[in-house]
Design a protein around this ligand. Structure first.
Ligand SMILES: [Zn+2]
Length: 57
């Protein structure tokens, strides 16, 4: 059985007082939490600098 990780929105500061808990495989949680943070919490998307290519910028 795949191990599940838990992400609790209360652990992160957010202006909408979100109390959502996201649970699932790490890969799933990462994917959903990123989208959730951007769409619901109003976080900005990660810049392209996040990629491994550091030759630019
Ligand atoms: Zn949230």
């Amino acid at each position: 059985m795949a191990k599940r990780v838990l992400l609790d929105c209360r652990d992160f500061p957010n202006e909408i007082d979100c109390t959502l808990v996201i649970s699932g495989k790490l890969k799933e949680v990462m994917k959903i939490s990123l989208r959730h943070a951007v769409e619901e919490h109003g976080h900005k998307k990660y810049s392209r600098a996040e990629k491994t290519n550091q030759s630019n910028d």
